[in-house]
Design a protein around this ligand. Structure first.
Ligand SMILES: [Zn+2]
Length: 305
């Protein structure tokens, strides 16, 4: 059994070495934000079936590479977690042994049905006689039932298969899956701070609101949380951002205190822990995004009062 691999090297290089040394594992967990973890997962999956990937590089000239190639301009196949308005998973390019799962277009979660379909496909064995690979992108959107279904696959992985989970953070993945997966960490691409000129407008708006927190009435905070009403998927994404920005804002507050030689305020540390709980409620317990936003804002107001 593999444990979480800790290394400071470049993720792409670690993966190329794994292929070059013929030491490919049955399960990987890629963690990090932005597009890089998912695009690296795609390249890694393609290299795993390339006929000439001696050094772990995709050759782009063999038959497998032609099949797994995806035109960046092309329209991706739209998935549906229930399999009604589209398939539950797709292929990378049209390679039969490379599977790709993500949250369906209109879904709030990656469904247990999607995980079961992947399990069936992986157990069938490779069409082309090589490896079969499944990428689960946005794996933080799997609920506990889906994760437990996936765990059964990891406990008895079919031979010559690899699973790649791509999640924005490891804490969204249950410990029993984490311990069976090789962890590949991506440094966050974005180093843009909360108050830089490049800070996106929606982030700046949240920071502004947090800076004014002491002067806000309960009514004003509830009004702010109103924007997270409506369709769950976009609302949940908005609240995820609210949680991320608030966590960073709190970290900076604590740093300010420490910088002045003071002890960090206990209430700020407690508030930071509460944010992690709210994140779990949102992602794993399917809590209502607007209510999570309300609890977050009222809790933070108390913490800084
Ligand atoms: Zn190739």
């Amino acid at each position: 059994m593999q444990s979480e691999a800790h290394t400071e090297n470049d993720p792409a290089e670690i993966l190329r070495r794994a292929i070059g040394n013929d030491r490919v594992h049955s399960s990987y967990l890629f963690t990090g934000t932005g597009q890089l973890p998912a695009t690296t997962a795609q390249t890694f999956a393609r290299a795993l079936v390339c006929r000439n990937a001696d050094r772990g590089e995709v050759c782009e000239s063999c038959d497998a590479c032609h099949r797994s190639y995806e035109d960046a301009e092309g329209t991706p196949i739209v998935l549906d977690g229930k399999g009604k308005h589209g398939p539950t998973h797709r292929h990378i390019g049209d390679h039969p042994d490379l599977l790709w799962v993500e949250r369906g277009h209109d879904d709030t979660r990656i469904t247990i049905g999607q995980i079961r379909d992947i399990q069936i496909a992986l157990r069938l064995g490779a069409n082309e006689g090589g490896r079969r690979v499944a990428v689960i992108s946005g794996a933080e959107w799997m609920n506990p039932q889906a994760q437990n279904a996936l765990l059964r696959l990891l406990e008895e992985p079919p031979s010559a298969t690899s699973l790649i989970l791509v999640a924005n953070r490891a804490s969204a993945i249950i410990a029993t899956i984490r311990s069976r997966s090789v962890r590949i960490r991506f440094e966050d691409e974005s180093t843009v701070g909360l108050r830089d000129s490049e800070t996106p407008a929606e982030v700046a708006e949240i920071v502004q609101m947090l800076d004014d927190l002491r002067g806000q009435s309960v009514g004003q905070l509830l009004d702010f949380a109103e924007q997270y009403r409506g369709a769950r998927a976009p609302a949940a994404e908005g609240v995820t951002e609210l949680i991320d920005v608030s966590a960073e804002w709190l970290r900076m507050e604590v740093k300010d205190h420490v910088g002045r030689g003071e002890a960090p305020p206990t209430r700020s540390l407690d508030a930071h822990r509460s944010l992690q709980q709210l994140r779990r409620d949102l992602v794993q317990r399917n809590a209502n995004p607007q209510m999570v936003a309300e609890r977050l804002l009222l809790g933070l107001r108390d913490a800084v009062a």
